[in-house]
Write a protein that binds this ligand. Structure first.
Ligand SMILES: Nc1ncnc2c1ncn2[C@@H]1O[C@H](COP(=O)(O)OP(=O)(O)OP(=O)(O)O)[C@@H](O)[C@H]1O
Ligand SMILES: [Mg+2]
Length: 399
């Protein structure tokens, strides 16, 4: 019995020893060596990378799968269509509630459109140029008087004065019209004689129809308490003497429609200004509706006005572009000299010359308006005037 137990114990010890040895060997086999660590890490990195690629691939597949692409395209198309519809509706609304076709510009906007513009962050871009206007010679007292006449008519509910601005091109007729409207709180509408004459050329009654629409729109505005100033530029193309042009019956009929609507006192809150260089050519019935007290002759500026205009437009050039300019100190003292050279030029030319000077100065390295630049530009302006006169004289002789 004792021998058997001893034998069993020995066998157990041997088995345990063998097992321990096997475990130790297994432990040694399993112990990570630097090579196995490196291999494992590489394998793990590989797997992670593969997972990331698979995820990307999954996302890309999802993104490019037919349904998603279709949904995305439909979304974009709907958004574009919605924007386009909004634009069309806005333009339609503008037409319906806005400008009659006869006007190439009018300042009035329906309150609903104004609100819409405000929502879109659009602001009124009308620039008040009251301080920019230099009174032409001889009108220093007349211009302030017009302001007073308009103000008085507005306060007393009497008809606004109809005025005729006569004179050379580029002397500030349209500019003053816009300023008057702005300063007196009137809406401003602008049309031209040639525009109306072109409507008459169609010979389908549209000129008469547009004149009627113009009065209707103006009367509606006036009824709302908002006055309107209608400016007809180059008026002789429309309002010329009917006897001088009998061929265009449509134009004569449009003129008659205009005259019929211009009966005294019938248009409270509506003011007309006609501008022309050829007042003599106007129809006598038109002339009589723009009485002598309300006719203003715009003469070309004299040295004093030129100097004022030129220095103000040079000053404006300093900040009109992206690049800030400075004016050389000697320029101020020479302004009267420049003005002398400009004698005979209209305000439009003086402004154009200042703009040219600004452009030249912006091309220089130090961005300074110098005497040399000014003289160069003035010479160019004067040379063009001489060339033009020579060309006209030559043309008259049959060149
Ligand atoms: N008296 C002035 N004061 C200031 N700027 C002027 C003056 N006259 C003309 N200008 C400048 O010239 C530009 C053109 O003037 P405007 O269009 O008013 O001339 P106009 O007399 O109506 O000419 P047109 O007979 O060709 O219609 C103005 O926008 C302004 O910059
Ligand atoms: Mg004009």
């Amino acid at each position: 019995m004792a021998t058997s137990i001893q034998n069993q114990t020995t066998a157990l010890i041997q088995q345990t020893t063998t097992l321990t040895q096997s475990l130790t060997k297994l432990g040694q086999d399993l112990k990570p060596t630097p090579e196995t660590i490196q291999a494992t890490e590489a394998a793990q990195g590989d797997r992670l990378q593969r997972t990331a690629i698979e995820q990307h691939k999954y996302k890309w597949d999802k993104l490019t799968d037919g349904k998603t692409v279709a949904k995305f395209t439909a979304g974009v198309v709907t958004a574009i269509a919605a924007l386009y519809c909004a634009k069309l509706s806005y333009e339609y609304a503008l037409k319906q509630m806005g400008r009659p076709q006869i006007f190439d510009h009018w300042s009035y906007k329906h309150p609903a459109l104004k609100a819409f513009d405000r929502m879109c962050g659009r602001t009124d871009t009308f620039e008040n140029r009251f301080n920019e206007f230099v009174c032409p010679p001889g009108l220093e007292d007349r211009v302030p008087e017009i302001f007073l006449t308009i103000k008085s008519a507005q306060e007393n509910g009497t008809p606004l004065p109809n005025m005729a601005f006569l004179g050379d091109p580029g002397t500030g007729k349209t500019m003053l019209g816009e300023i008057l409207a702005h300063q007196c709180g009137l809406e401003f509408a602008h049309t031209t004689g040639p525009r109306i004459a072109a409507l008459a050329e169609r010979k389908d009654g549209s000129a008469i129809l547009e004149i009627q629409k113009m009065f209707k729109a103006a009367k509606q505005l006036a009824k709302k308490g908002k006055g309107i100033l209608i400016f007809i530029d180059e008026a002789n193309a429309f309002l010329r003497d009917r006897k001088s042009d009998r061929s265009n019956k449509e134009l004569s009929a449009a003129l008659e429609e205009f005259l019929a609507n211009m009966t005294d006192g019938a248009n409270k809150g509506i003011m007309f200004i006609i501008a022309t260089n050829l007042f003599d050519e106007l129809d006598p019935a038109v002339k009589s509706r723009f009485s002598k007290v309300n006719r203003l002759v715009f003469k070309r500026p004299e040295e004093k006005q030129i100097a004022q205009m030129f220095s103000q437009y040079l000053e404006k050039e300093k900040t009109s572009g992206k690049t800030q300019l400075t004016i050389a100190p000697e320029v101020k003292a020479l302004i009267m000299d420049y003005a002398q050279q400009f004698k005979g030029e209209a305000g439009r030319e003086i402004k154009a010359c200042a703009v040219d000077i600004g452009g030249r100065a912006r091309q220089t390295e130090n961005k300074v308006i110098t005497d040399a630049i000014i003289l160069k530009s003035i010479r160019k302006t004067l040379q063009s005037s001489t060339d033009e006169q020579e060309f006209i004289a030559g043309y008259g002789k049959g060149y």
